[in-house]
Design a protein around this ligand. Structure first.
Ligand SMILES: *Cc1c(COP(=O)(O)O)cnc(C)c1O
Length: 822
């Protein structure tokens, strides 16, 4: 049972000033206005971030039926929300943490707290997998380990919880202490501490010491004895504390005697308290071994028996940490979520499904396998799933597995049940799914990748993977450089710089950017049809598209008197007035826009045209990324400043003014005016401060065939690739028709195969190319990266004598785009 507390009681926990109209039972705390599922007994915690103010969402949440709000003193309560209850405090984040800390205090079960630079989530998930159904377990959903994620995780504790595993991550000094007060781990676990120290720490040691703050009151710290740096750090801070260690060192509690790869398993010989133990991990890489040993040591410490652990270890499954969005058959979209199954992650994935649904997806469907939520009985679990599906408005439910099938009667929506994945696949046809937004979520052993493969629209396997978290992080990075009041226009022209249209626009809409910019009307129409409601500027409006622009409320860039009069004619036909338009001023690019000498007549004409309303005026910088041009950039800015203020006084009303693009935001922060237009930077390329941006797009393919070819033979068309030695040549199904520039032929370009660079041999063909994998670890089916996380687009662009913009936008539409969240 989810515990609930009266809001009046919660108020006392944090000494809030309470404005309570009627006392409400609170079970859930919510920080994300987009994912509320039980408005009746939730309290919304309004948090302020650098580019986000939670208080702004209170009216919308009130409309959705939410009545309780934790707000700060700067918030002016809204009198029209007559039934709202408020807890008013100085600092909402810190009170949110206090609430969770208090709930933690009511719990007496062992709590494992995990920190470290890498592996926290995997170790946490593996500890949970190993504990399995032996105990009622609570754990952080996904990688919820931040100042906000930790209290959300800890708030899940209930009276029934028998053990909890939470992870804690920090990026700054002082943060761990706060997390420590919320988690109060009885058992501490350090994974590893990365070699580099982040910008906010002066040294690696300082970072370690900060992390170790988590364990102030823990009874024990579990760690690897083989990392002297961690061992010494723990000794220094906690000389008296009990530790439980693993490693090859003689004094380790769990000693690793031997480990060897045997086929697809890692065989490990251990010694613990004098007795020998053999384990078989179902993976063969060193990182997984380390994570596995952390999890196993924790199990030993908890007192599980050797025979239990050795059986459980064999069944460990990889922790996939991303959610993919794919194009499905019959106008369906698929969200493929291979995160481990549990109710809280199901709720998050359903939110993602709803967020990504398009207008044409008239049915929302969930295909779910049995989920092994520890400690909850089948009927109870099914009731909770049913409640969740009703709350989220899921229309159709497909249950796969015996537990779900046994409780078929619990589900109130259109539903069907199958005992196994095979039975499901044998029973349905492609016609069974149409115009649906489908979430596919299965436990590993159900092999739901077969379900995904069945429902997926088939393309060839060369693909562009787009990391949506990275896109959002980059957007927020640019936002952090802007004043609070400066609006953001996100450029999604040219198929969002090659990365996709609706999917990107939808994320941006969700992130509450103010405007979208497209190049042509068609792109805007496509976005409207898919359900994007943000204002959209069309940079290149063509007169034949004016009717459809007006029909879809797209706002034109007006760059000449001709465009102005033609657009106004169309507005007159429709009998419209005050239609929002954007005036383009040419301050030095000499592309589109009104030049200085036209300003007088422009003022006059605009003043006499009631059909339109100037929503904004803008100009574009020609060299904002280069110091060589700074003088000219400043000249453009001052021309713009003068022209727009003249125009404003002539028109007698104000409008939005904007001139900065991505590079301009970083280099000319004083020229923000009222809005900035971010483009390439969002997609991970920055002329300056590149290191603060994340890679968003990776262009990938795979090896379809490997051939042994003798020295002096030649590879491909025109016999250009003559071999100097006996070589292994791999064929990769990506060619110039996919956007692989043919100038990368004959060794100019290289591709990444299993972390090794393989040069392109011979001429690139239309649909394929060949790479030399002689002496490399490579086999048929292996993934190949053209560019992305491992090969930078910047370098590729330099090699080709072009710019990243061209590389991104040259990738053919036939290349499948795959979007994912990590
Ligand atoms: C493309 C474009 C931008 C974005 O430029 P980036 O260099 O990609 O940030 C801004 N303004 C206009 C008018 C554009 O056409």
């Amino acid at each position: 049972m989810i515990q609930s507390y009266l809001i009046s009681e919660l108020s006392k926990w944090i000494s809030a000033t309470a404005i309570i109209k009627s006392d409400v039972e609170i079970s859930y705390l919510v920080t994300d206005s987009r994912s509320v599922s039980n408005p009746g007994n939730s309290m919304f915690v309004a948090l302020r971030g650098s580019n986000h103010n939670g208080h702004d969402y209170i009216p919308t949440l009130y409309q959705q039926g939410l009545r309780c709000f934790l707000v700060d003193e700067d918030y002016k309560t809204d009198a029209t929300l007559t039934e709202a209850n408020y807890l008013v405090v100085q600092d909402t984040l810190s009170c949110f943490q206090q609430l969770a800390a208090r709930k933690r205090d009511y719990s007496t079960c062992p709590v494992i707290g995990i920190t470290g630079s890498n592996g926290k989530t995997i170790v946490k998930e593996w500890v949970a997998q190993l504990i399995g159904t032996t105990k009622n377990l609570a754990r952080s959903p996904k990688s919820y380990n931040s100042q906000i994620g930790v209290p959300l995780s800890v708030w899940q504790l209930t009276k029934e919880t028998e053990i909890a595993v939470f992870e804690a991550g920090i990026s700054q000094k002082g943060e761990m202490q706060k997390l420590a007060q919320v988690i109060k781990p009885t058992i501490g676990l350090v994974t590893n501490i990365g070699a580099a120290h982040q910008e906010n720490f002066s040294s690696r040691k300082e970072k370690l010491f900060e992390k170790l703050q988590l364990f102030k009151n823990s009874e024990v710290i579990i760690y690897s004895r083989d990392v002297p740096f961690v061992k010494e750090g723990i000794r220094e801070i906690y000389p008296e504390k009990k530790t439980y260690t693993w490693g090859s060192d003689k004094s380790a509690d769990v000693r690793v005697l031997k480990k060897e790869i045997s086929g697809s398993v890692y065989k490990v010989s251990l010694q613990k308290e004098g007795s020998d133990i053999e384990l078989e991990f179902p993976f063969t890489d060193e990182v997984s071994f380390e994570n596995g040993m952390h999890a196993v040591s924790t199990m030993f410490y908890l007192g599980y028996t050797v025979s239990y652990i050795s059986e459980a270890v064999k069944k460990l499954v990889p922790v996939a940490m991303r959610m993919e969005l794919k194009e499905g058959i019959n106008n369906c979209i698929l969200v493929n979520d291979s995160y481990n199954s549990d109710i809280s992650s199901l709720a998050l994935s359903l939110d993602f499904l709803i967020q990504q649904s398009r207008k044409g997806n008239v049915v929302r469907t969930l295909i779910l396998s049995d989920i092994y939520q520890s400690g909850i009985k089948g009927d109870k679990l099914c009731k909770r799933i049913n409640d969740l599906l009703k709350e989220k408005g899921i229309d159709r439910f497909v249950g796969v597995g015996e537990v779900l099938a046994q409780h078929a009667g619990v589900f109130e929506m259109d539903s069907a049940f199958y005992a196994s994945t095979k039975e499901f696949l044998d029973s349905v046809t492609h016609n069974s799914f149409k115009n649906e937004a489908i979430l596919i979520k299965g436990s590993r052993n159900f092999e739901f990748e077969k379900v995904t493969a069945f429902l997926e629209k088939k393309h060839h396997q060369t693909r562009l993977e787009i990391n949506l978290n990275a896109l959002v992080d980059n957007l927020n990075y640019y936002r952090s450089k802007l004043n609070e009041k400066t609006r953001v226009l996100a450029m999604v022209k040219a198929f969002s710089y090659g990365s996709g249209s609706f999917e990107i626009a939808n994320v941006l809409q969700h992130q509450k950017v103010d405007y979208l910019g497209v190049a042509f009307a068609d792109e805007g129409v496509e976005l409207r049809k898919a359900g994007i409601s943000l204002p959209i500027i069309v940079m290149n409006p063509e007169s034949k598209s004016f009717p459809s622009m007006i029909q879809h409320q797209l706002e034109p860039e007006i760059y000449s008197f001709k465009v102005l009069s033609e657009f106004v004619d169309e507005l007159k036909k429709e009998g419209l007035s005050k239609y929002p338009v954007h005036i383009k001023l040419d301050t030095g690019m000499y592309r589109l826009g009104f030049v200085e000498s036209q300003m007088e007549s422009l003022k006059e004409v605009l003043g006499q045209t009631p059909e339109i309303r100037v929503k904004s005026a803008f100009s574009h910088l020609v060299g904002s990324d280069g110091a060589d041009f700074d003088e000219f950039t400043n000249l453009q800015i001052s021309r713009f400043d003068k022209q727009t203020s003249d125009l404003e006084s002539a028109l007698g009303y104000s409008f939005i003014k904007h001139i900065l693009n991505s590079a301009g935001i970083l280099r000319f922060p004083d020229a923000q005016f009222d809005m900035a237009r971010v483009g390439i930077g969002m997609y991970g390329i920055g002329a300056v401060e590149q290191q603060n941006l994340k890679c968003v797009t990776s262009f990938k393919s795979y090896i379809s065939q490997i051939k042994e070819v003798k020295a002096h033979e030649t590879i491909g068309y025109g016999r250009r690739g003559e071999l100097a030695y006996d070589a292994d040549i791999a064929v990769v199904p990506v060619g110039y028709a996919d956007g692989l520039n043919r100038r990368l032929s004959n060794g100019v370009g290289k591709m990444m195969v299993n972390g090794q660079l393989a040069p392109i041999v011979g001429n690139i063909c239309m649909d394929m190319c060949m790479v030399d994998v002689t002496g490399l670890r490579a086999k048929e089916g292996d993934e190949v990266q053209v560019f992305g996380t491992d090969i930078s687009v910047d370098e590729l662009a330099q090699e080709l004598g072009t710019i990243p913009y061209e590389i991104f936008t040259s990738i053919s539409r036939r290349v499948k785009r795959i979007y994912y969240y990590e």
